[in-house]
Design a binder for this molecule. Structure first.
Ligand code: HEM
Length: 496
């Protein structure tokens, strides 16, 4: 779904050639000078939950029939060190489909239709990273015994099974054979071990609850136990997302006002392509490993963490503690080199730049410019670089990258550059796009956990916080703050 009119979208030749090349912007604007930690004291678990949540809601599946390589500037330090001037990074346009034209679709094409990018995920928060988006995937992951999911019983606790035929699992880094990766409900679930550890916790919670429901309701068959348990896991994912995660990212979140059948829950392209990619700037260079006594062990570089299942060989506990004890990177224009130069491999050996890809996706999806987006949103347009950010370094980088023309600034870059809203981790433009999405996601969901009829269905579910859910499904995890998305403090005390 598109909230605002797009730039012209013409399959094949759409790129606004007046815009500076994406890798140039990435180099000038996003190059991380040094580590800057989250101003709101958000932990790495904050960005991992964000990634898990977005994997539930969005996948702009690249179409191999539409390659559109990203040009690399001559003598780029990472991607053209020999100054050949003819290097590119692979990029495939998002798959698109014909739609009837409306005010907000792309421009009418000669065949009379408009074209829009396809989001292949569910718009509802339905815990599909655990169960898949189709019955076929769910069936492959179910044991069909007492409502439980298939797990491998290991010395350090139950883990997802590996190599289940028919379950699509991405393996972009190709460092380990795909059949060694975990078969979970979402193809990107092995992208890093922090993300995978969330899958593990929810999978264990499913089987723990299924055991409990089976004991309490001996007359229930496998299907009844499975469906009830799945409903509780969906409730937990919705509740954690709204009561703990979104309140941390946005400062606060409006109260639920009930279901509205006229609310369109579709995920907006402005949200997935620009606003919610704010998370790429929160990622730090390492996954920390924290021992039971609170001491920090040898960290795992994000470069070595991509699609690396071995990081969980000794259990998930050290990784989970690391995510909760470490302050994440601040949301700003900067993206770590691990994501900007070493995405899934070394430059020249599969490595890519996530910053460039985000910008390319913005342009591929016909995002309006930053200033145009603000106008469409009813926000005041910016006139000077200082209107975007109070940080002089940020102002200078933007001015230089966009050759002094503020109207050229891409929506993704301008949104990241803004000063944060009061108590929020993002600036005004992203704040409103994220708020719009999650208000609609909740309002248009007739299975939302706060609806009285769903509360009744779920009355046997356990009310929970993410901290308690983690504790129940890990081994001797030790003290955790009440809200694991924020560092422990006087107002967020550690609990045992
Ligand atoms: C190590 C951490 C992460 C890695 C390696 C990663 C990697 C990626 C990659 C490769 C893409 C596809 C880029 C493209 O071609 O368009 C992507 C998309 C995306 N990521 Fe991340 N990501 C990470 C963390 C996060 C976090 C923390 C968030 C948000 C809190 C996030 C939000 C998104 C969103 C919204 C998309 C677009 C989804 C779609 O429409 O397909 N990511 N990410």
């Amino acid at each position: 779904m598109r909230l605002f009119p797009s730039l012209q979208f013409n399959p094949g030749v759409f790129l606004n050639s007046t815009l500076p090349p994406v890798r140039e912007i990435s180099n000038v604007v996003m190059d991380q000078p040094y580590q800057i930690v989250s101003a709101e004291k958000i932990t790495d678990m904050g960005n991992m939950w964000g990634q898990f949540l977005i994997h539930n809601m969005a996948f702009s599946k690249p179409d191999p029939n539409y390659p559109m390589p990203i040009p690399v500037p001559k003598c780029d330090a990472y991607f053209d060190p020999r100054c050949t001037g003819n290097m590119t990074m692979p990029y495939f346009r998002t798959g698109f489909t014909k739609v009837s034209c409306t005010k907000t679709t792309s421009t009418r094409q000669s065949d009379g239709f408009c074209y829009e990018q396809i989001n292949t995920m569910s718009s509802y928060i339905d815990a599909n990273p655990v169960y898949g988006t189709t019955k076929d995937t769910a069936d492959l992951l179910r044991s069909f015994d007492k409502g439980k999911m298939i797990v491998d019983h290991g010395p350090n606790g139950d883990m997802p099974p590996r190599g289940i035929s028919g379950v699509t699992i991405d393996n972009d880094a190709r460092r380990y054979p795909t059949d060694q990766l975990f078969s979970v409900g979402e193809r990107r679930g092995n992208e890093n071990p922090g993300l995978t550890s969330i899958h593990v916790v929810l999978l264990r919670e499913h089987n723990r609850l299924a055991d409990k429901f089976g004991r309490l309701n001996p007359q229930w068959d496998d299907e009844a136990i499975f469906q009830q348990t799945r409903s509780c896991i969906i409730e937990q994912v919705q509740k954690i997302s709204y009561e703990e995660y979104l309140t941390t990212i946005l400062g606060e979140f409006p109260q639920y006002t009930g279901y509205d059948e006229n609310t369109d829950v579709s995920v907006s392209t402005e949200f997935t392509t620009a606003a919610f990619r704010f998370g790429h700037s929160e990622v730090g260079p390492n996954i920390e490993m924290v021992n039971r006594d609170g001491s920090f062990g040898k960290p795992l570089s994000i470069r070595d963490a991509y699609f690396n299942p071995t990081a969980l060989d000794n259990g998930i506990e050290n990784v989970v503690r690391g995510l909760i004890y470490k302050q994440e990177a601040n949301v700003d224009i900067y993206i770590i080199s691990e994501l900007r130069n070493f995405l899934f491999g070394k430059p020249g050996q599969g490595g890519m730049d996530l910053g460039s890809r985000n910008l390319m996706r913005n342009r591929d999806h016909g995002m309006p410019s930053y200033n145009q987006m603000r106008r469409y949103m009813g926000l005041p347009a910016v006139n000077t670089w200082a209107d975007i950010s109070s940080d002089i370094e940020v102002q200078e980088r933007l001015r230089f990258a966009y050759h002094g023309d503020i109207e050229l600034v891409d929506a993704y870059v301008g949104g990241l550059a803004e000063d944060h809203m009061y108590k929020a981790a993002v600036g005004q433009t992203f704040y409103h796009l994220i708020l719009d999405q999650f208000v609609r996601t909740r309002k248009g969901d007739r299975f939302w956990y706060e609806l009285p009829e769903i509360r009744k269905v779920n009355e046997q579910c356990e009310s929970t916080s993410f901290s308690k859910l983690i504790r129940r499904n890990t081994n001797d995890i030790g003290p955790l703050p009440k809200n694991v998305f924020l560092l422990a403090s006087d107002s967020n005390p550690l609990e045992n």
